[in-house]
Design a protein around this ligand. Structure first.
Ligand SMILES: [Zn+2]
Length: 427
């Protein structure tokens, strides 16, 4: 059976299945595979929104679905409306409506004013192979319901995608968190996005997480989160190689493993391993690569022609140079381990903080060795700023980790990040 429009990719189909599931219309697997269950769910959705029920996700149906992927609608206030009645009519909550509309006065609603009404479900798609498109939808949806999030871009990938920065908080204590330097490790992007959504919801509701008062945290700290450092690589892994890719022929040549990109590709789209491209023992990193036969672009461990040769690492350098982070965490997979030192430049303070993070997460604290101990983000952060920097390797198993590991990764690392807010090192 073939019912989805031909240009709807496997990853887009997963997004469709994921949102239909959220709406309670689909209960099959979120696997990107067209099947009868999905077709039935699409028909039910079409019926609900008044589109002819052909079970096909064409442009009209997709456009209608996008509203639910973004998780909000616009509503024109009618006579006798209250926030409670608007929330009930639109599957929302009073808190969400108040959060999304800063200037609204609940006791004095203005007839015919158009307001934003977020739907009452979590946006971050934690059941799909996450892509740049999925992250884009989630960011665009989150800033509507949580306008206190400050979203900007620190630069562009080789293929021009935005390197998004999400800021949470307005405090002077700045922590940096980044994810997905490595393409196969995209589950770290889902984790940090889910974390952003959880703390934002807690902030809105005035709730605590694990005993942490999130509204106080918002006032004392600012979390600088770059959820996807390597979007081109992540999309190559999760969407496959499209013939329109300007590096199409190069990529086929560079991947000499005999295995698909989805199993082996860690680098950016030019075959540079971004976590070996920082200016911290870069020459040693390059030499160590050559010693194991890596002399040019490929799936993993190529350090590039020179330090900071890639726009993604340049953007991370500029962000880090411009802000005074007292602590930085770079998320990777796998091993449930936290790496803390670099060439003995870190101090006892950094090891002590590492112990706190290890206790909070249940991960072990260790030092990296061999080729992986050079030219990474945390190495450069420690070398240039002499502040505590950590590589956190989440989950266990073979990369890419299945999305089923996310709940455990979330629990462990939500605690880890919150614990990082309890330390302070002004130098
Ligand atoms: Zn990694």
């Amino acid at each position: 059976m073939f019912f989805l429009q031909s240009d709807l990719s496997n990853s887009k189909t997963m997004i469709v299945q994921s949102v239909l599931k959220k709406m309670g219309l689909y209960n099959g697997k979120v696997n990107g595979v067209n099947n009868t269950n999905t077709e039935e769910a699409v028909k039910q959705f079409q019926s609900r929104v008044g589109i002819p029920m052909d079970g096909i996700v064409g442009p009209t149906t997709y456009k209608a679905l996008e509203k639910y992927i973004l998780g909000y609608t616009y509503y024109r206030i009618e006579a006798n409306d209250t926030l409670t009645s608007i929330a009930e009519k639109n599957h929302s909550t009073v808190n969400l409506i108040l959060s999304a509309n800063k200037d609204i006065d609940p006791n004095n609603l203005n007839l015919n004013t158009v307001i934003t009404v977020p739907f009452n479900y979590n946006l971050v798609m934690d059941d799909i192979n996450y892509t740049y498109t999925a992250m884009w939808y989630n960011i665009m949806g989150l800033i509507q319901r949580y306008p206190f999030l400050d979203v900007s871009s620190v630069g562009n990938s080789v293929l021009g995608k935005e390197l998004y920065l999400i800021k949470f908080g307005k405090g002077v204590k700045k922590i940096h968190i980044n994810a997905s330097h490595h393409a196969l490790e995209w589950i770290t992007s889902v984790f940090v996005m889910k974390f952003v959504e959880s703390i934002s919801r807690a902030y809105m509701n005035g709730e605590e997480i694990e005993g942490y008062n999130i509204r106080s945290l918002f006032n004392t700290h600012t979390l600088y989160i770059v959820p996807m450092v390597n979007p081109d690589g992540v999309d190559l892994v999760n969407e496959g190689l499209d013939p329109s890719n300007p590096y199409y022929n190069d990529l086929i040549r560079w991947n000499n493993t005999g295995r698909p990109f989805s199993e082996v590709w860690q680098a950016n789209i030019r075959g540079v391993d971004l976590n070996h491209n920082y200016d911290a023992a870069w020459q040693e990193s390059s030499n160590a690569g050559k010693a194991i036969g890596i002399t040019g672009p490929g799936p993993t461990r190529y350090s590039g022609e020179f330090p900071f040769s890639e726009p993604e690492t340049q953007a991370m350098r500029n962000l880090t140079n411009n802000e005074d982070f007292y602590l930085a965490i770079a998320y990777h997979t796998q091993g449930e381990v936290i790496y803390w030192n670099f060439m003995n430049l870190a101090t006892q303070r950094d090891q002590d903080i590492g112990d706190i993070l290890a206790n909070a997460s249940g991960y072990s604290l260790d030092t990296a060795s061999g080729v992986s101990s050079y030219a990474g983000y945390k190495d450069w952060f420690i070398k240039d700023f002499r502040k505590p920097g950590y590589t956190v390797e989440v989950g266990k198993g073979k990369n890419p980790l299945p999305i089923t590991q996310l709940p455990r990764i979330y629990e462990d690392n939500m605690r880890l990040i919150l614990a990082a807010t309890t330390v302070w090192c002004k130098l």
